[in-house]
Design a protein around this ligand. Structure first.
Ligand code: NAG
Ligand code: NAG
Ligand code: NAG
Ligand code: NAG
Ligand code: NAG
Ligand code: NAG
Length: 272
């Protein structure tokens, strides 16, 4: 009687099935061939399979070693992170697969100088330039698996320097304050030490993303002065000051010159 064995247990003896595993079935049994089929092979099926053939003289055996290959699958990956600038960050990516997959990391949303060929990617004292999408790739002979992790780096606001604005009485004047910050900054406006709120006489404060605009719809004498914009998020604040000054134009001679008069809040542009 011929038989197929998995390790020491008999799967088939002739056409009698000994295995209780439904994935195992007999394909051919005749003088020349004795073939069985295993469906849905998994890692536990790896190992030595023996075919024993009873000839008229003596039993002969041949064996087959089944090596199971499994495509890579990333099974343990760091979650998306929000950190403060200067934090030490470690990303982890672990993958299963056979042969054992090799792991690599890279930052895909920038020039990509940051890379690693390890399960762990260490980013000491993270800077805002290192924020972005990090990609973990697991590769073996069979296939590739790719997953991504997003890192958000928080930092305190920096406001760009205020530009003084000259406006003629009765005209519209706009002071613009732009802040670079993560998370996005909240803005406060002050005239000298007094806080200005939206809806104050003829003024409007509008915020679009990183830009806050203070608009005067009908500039009066009392609007002229020194304004301060403060940008604030949970990591800190930054401010800049602007002058809103009266501007009068006279055409006198050929060469443009700039004079200051009416204190510091007015400038006189004399076009000569
Ligand atoms: C082979 O034997 C191993 C260990 O007993 C078992 O886990 C596996 O399911 C068997 N495979 C087949 C195809 O019989
Ligand atoms: C993932 O990694 C963490 C840290 O090493 C470990 O505690 C956890 O058991 C791992 N999870 C899995 C599913 O391997
Ligand atoms: C980051 O790691 C360095 C070196 O290990 C350590 O000196 C520093 O205190 C760490 N910084 C933070 C914010 O944990
Ligand atoms: C602007 O303000 C002045 C002085 O308060 C007023 O006389 C004038 O009518 C205002 N103009 C507009 C367009 O509201
Ligand atoms: C405007 O106010 C700020 C803050 O109070 C001050 O630092 C700055 O010197 C003032 N600018 C002028 C021209 O007075
Ligand atoms: C503006 O910034 C200066 C210097 O950073 C600080 O001393 C001052 O208190 C700030 N002013 C406001 C109104 O936040």
């Amino acid at each position: 009687v011929n038989a197929w064995l998995n390790r020491s247990s008999i799967l088939y003896a002739g056409e009698d099935k000994w295995s209780v595993d439904p994935r195992v079935s007999l394909v051919t049994l005749n003088q020349e061939e004795f073939t069985i089929k295993i469906e849905n092979v998994d890692m536990t099926d790896e190992g030595q399979y023996v075919c024993a053939v009873q000839t008229s003289l003596r039993p002969r055996t041949t064996s087959v070693h089944i090596l199971v290959q499994v495509p890579p699958k990333i099974i343990n990956l760091s979650k998306d992170l929000v950190v403060n600038e200067g934090s030490n960050v470690t990303l982890m990516c672990q993958a299963s697969g056979k042969p054992e997959p090799s792991i690599s990391w890279k930052l895909i949303s920038s020039s990509g100088d940051l890379a690693s060929d390890d399960e762990y990617l260490e980013i000491p004292s993270i800077s805002r330039q290192r924020a972005g999408t990090y990609e973990c790739t697991a590769v073996n002979d069979i296939d590739t698996d790719v997953q991504t992790v997003d890192i958000t780096v928080n930092y305190a606001p920096t406001v760009s320097e205020g530009r003084d604005v000259g406006v003629t009485l009765g005209q519209t004047g706009v002071l613009e304050c732009e802040a670079d910050a993560v998370p996005e900054a909240d803005f406060e406006w002050y005239k000298d030490d007094r806080r200005i709120f939206n809806g104050f006489d003829g003024m409007e404060i509008m915020v679009t993303g990183s830009l806050s605009k203070l608009t005067f719809f009908n500039v009066s004498e009392s609007d002229y002065g020194n304004y301060t914009c403060v940008a604030i998020n949970k990591l800190g604040s930054s401010n800049t000051s602007f002058l809103l000054y009266g501007e009068y134009k006279h055409t006198l001679h050929d060469i443009p010159r700039l004079y200051h008069f009416l204190g510091i809040f007015s400038k006189c542009v004399i076009v000569m």
